[in-house]
Write a protein that binds this ligand. Structure first.
Ligand code: SF4
Length: 378
């Protein structure tokens, strides 16, 4: 058994304060990046804490009782998040996803949902509001979130078998409670409810068919995610990746499937439907079928650092623009200045790690210290 190197992690990721262009008026309304990709989805991580210790995301050996989570004062307030979201919507964002850590651990999250739901696009519409959760406390929160304006939820669930699930979350949390949360989300009308299963060959791939059979005919859209080399702590190996095509083949052998068209540009999942009408599934294949070509996602961390890719090595300190920074003498900027600064950051974006994985450029990026998924959400 090869010895596993466990790096010490802290949250002080490299980040720079975006510069504010002198002429803010010339900033594009709908900026596109170096590959002509617009900005459409904003993922906002609201906490670095989680009550699970999934081995591919927040391994217990690192995120242990000595681990220093961020003090509350470092987190963006709901008012700051809403202000930033309003400015991102002026740049083209139409969909906001709340993530974490585990977002439902952030107190009164429904209050933030209500504030975000009150925002309007230039066309006068509210943003599409979604949330990714481990489902552990969803049963208690589903109705409150719906009433506050949340549209949909995605629940992470890596196994149906209780023992296998407890092993994956590594805190002995029962699967029944997450299934109860999914039922509560369905009952509250937070659908279509999506369930994301990270497939790790040799760990939980035997759960693919039981999961598919459990959710067939329920209206829940089950998606299988290829195990990714995110962050620096999960000890990722290529031989633990089960290519999505093999997932499809396994299910097709039991229940015939056919491919579906994507809902929209930038969609991460390839959609498949059961021939017998029992619903649809999806596969998210960052390793074997990169989808960087139309990636229109930005990620804002709980302390206001903006990342332009899940595998980024560098962030942009938006909080310093919102609050000012006494160390540098920076004073808080106006919305117009913030919009121009963010447009400039997006316009310079050239991230496409999954497309480069395995190439010299990809290996060089892999050698650098990358942001953790538990810090910016999946
Ligand atoms: S690797 Fe980065 S650029 Fe590519 S799809 Fe993922 S987040 Fe987008």
């Amino acid at each position: 058994m090869s010895e596993r190197i466990i790096p010490i992690v802290d949250h002080h990721y490299a980040a720079s304060v975006p510069s504010v262009p002198a002429d803010t008026g010339s900033a594009p309304q709908q900026p596109t990046d170096r590959f002509h990709r617009p900005l459409h989805d904003l993922r906002i991580s609201v906490t670095d804490r989680c009550n699970f210790r999934c081995t591919y995301c927040m391994p217990k050996e690192i995120f242990d009782k000595h681990y220093e989570f961020l003090p509350h004062a470092d987190l963006l307030s709901f008012e700051e998040i809403t202000r930033a979201a309003r400015v991102f919507m002026a740049l083209g964002v139409r969909k906001i996803r709340l993530t974490g850590g585990e977002p439902l651990l952030r107190k009164n999250l429904e209050r933030l949902v209500e504030m975000l739901h009150g925002l309007r696009t230039p066309e006068g519409l509210p943003p599409e509001l979604t949330l990714t959760t481990n489902g552990s406390i969803l049963a208690r929160k589903a109705t409150l979130l719906k009433e506050a304006g949340l549209d949909r939820v995605t629940v992470s669930l890596d196994a149906l078998d209780d023992a296998a699930f407890r092993q994956m979350n590594d805190v002995d949390f029962p699967v029944a409670e997450v299934l109860r949360g999914i039922d509560a989300a369905l009952a509250a009308g937070l659908g279509p409810v999506k369930v994301n299963m990270v497939v790790k060959r040799g760990t939980n791939d035997a759960q693919i068919l039981p999961m598919a059979e459990h959710f067939r005919g329920t209206g829940v859209v089950l998606r299988f995610i290829e195990y990714m080399d995110v962050g620096n702590t999960n000890g990722w190996r290529m031989d633990e990746v089960l290519p999505s095509q093999q997932v499809i083949d396994r299910i097709h052998a039991a229940h015939a499937l056919h491919p579906l068209e994507p809902h929209s540009a930038g969609e991460t999942a390839q959609r498949w439907a059961y021939d017998d009408g029992a619903g649809e599934i999806g596969v998210i294949s960052s390793v074997t079928r990169a989808f960087c070509g139309d990636c229109n996602r930005a990620r804002l961390s709980m302390e206001g650092k903006l990342y332009l890719c899940l595998f980024a090595t560098h962030g942009h300190d938006v909080r310093a623009l919102l609050r000012g920074d006494p160390r540098s003498g920076l004073t808080p900027v106006s919305d117009e200045q913030l919009r121009a600064a963010l447009a400039q950051v997006w316009t310079a974006r050239d991230d496409r790690y999954s497309l480069l994985r395995g190439t010299a450029a990809g290996l060089a990026q892999r050698a650098e210290r990358r942001v953790e998924m538990s810090y910016i959400g999946g």
